[in-house]
Design a protein around this ligand. Structure first.
Ligand code: 13P
Length: 287
């Protein structure tokens, strides 16, 4: 069932669990995530970056793929199609194309401009029943081979942006995208606690879910995190499983070159990862 992400995250926040926002790249990703969410009776958010959407053909292709698959596979759990880290223009295009949720990432802008633009997106999105995520304090990660440390969001800025009417908020607390470097300092729970106190109970979002230790995940959920983004981890397990298949020479046995066979171990590995995330985040049977 396609829905926006507002209600499911309010419920998550109330129920002290988090909903996984898992990035999709193609049909295999989409199907593996949807089937696993259905099997676990869990709400799910499909994260779609502008780059991934472009790879798949465009925002309309994503909307058509997810919409048709939800129908064909009889997916009854709540599913949101969510633009991940969108520009202002990406948000407009996704609202138009039929996404049920968008993230406007103005974290690199001066805070006043971030607030003004977020407010505009909120108005346009809410008119169409689309939920909105904003970001304060940019999430670090690898850029041109350099891994930037995650910024710590300012609680007062978080309070201000929440007043724009957004549905959920991503705030940097030392989290970064991709694999965490060995010298990573961990999440800043004092900062998360201050942000949680300043933002009146709005569901908070933790980006960079790949590689965050389980105890930190659980502690962040207890401090208001209701949506956890995971991307890299699925890519890693898919690549490893596919490599194993090829290295064992299975693509050269019989019709092992058939993409339905070649990609199957990767799909199974992604399903196992999604299953583990749903268990860890506590959203099993919360559909
Ligand atoms: P990872 O790739 O580190 O899991 O981060 C995903 C993310 O935050 C997408 O917005």
């Amino acid at each position: 069932m396609l829905v926006n992400a507002s209600e499911m995250l309010k419920n998550a926040r109330k129920g002290q669990y988090a909903v996984g926002a898992i990035n999709i790249n193609n049909l295999e990703w989409t199907k593996a995530i949807l089937q696993t969410a259905q099997e676990m009776n869990s709400p799910i958010i499909l994260g779609v970056s502008a780059g991934a959407a472009k790879y798949m053909g465009g925002f309309k292709t994503v909307v058509a793929l997810v919409g048709a698959m939800v129908e064909d596979l009889k997916i009854t759990v709540p599913v949101a199609t969510h633009l991940d880290h969108g520009t202002y223009e990406d948000c407009l295009a996704c609202i138009e194309a039929g996404f049920t949720s968008v993230m406007f990432d103005g974290s690199h802008l001066p805070i006043e401009e971030n607030i003004t633009k977020t407010k505009e997106i909120v108005k346009l999105a809410h008119d169409k029943g689309v939920s909105v995520e904003a970001e304060v304090g940019s999430i670090g990660g690898e850029e041109d081979g350099v891994i930037g440390a995650g910024e710590i969001a300012d609680a007062e800025e978080c309070r201000k942006i929440t007043e724009t009417g957004i549905d959920f908020l991503a705030a940097g607390i030392g989290n970064i995208h991709g694999v965490y470097p060995d010298n990573w300092k961990g999440l800043d729970f004092d900062a998360l606690s201050a942000i949680n106190d300043a933002t009146g109970g709005i569901p908070l979002v933790l980006h960079g879910g790949t590689g965050i230790p389980e105890d930190m995940v659980k502690r962040s959920i207890s401090l208001g995190v209701s949506k956890i983004n995971v991307n890299t981890e699925l890519q890693l397990v898919f690549a490893a499983a596919t490599r194993g298949y090829v290295e064992e020479g299975k693509d050269k046995q019989g019709k092992g070159y058939d993409p339905r066979k070649l990609l199957a171990p990767g799909v199974e590995a992604m399903k196992a990862t999604v299953r583990a995330k749903i268990e860890l985040f506590g959203s099993k049977d919360k559909a």
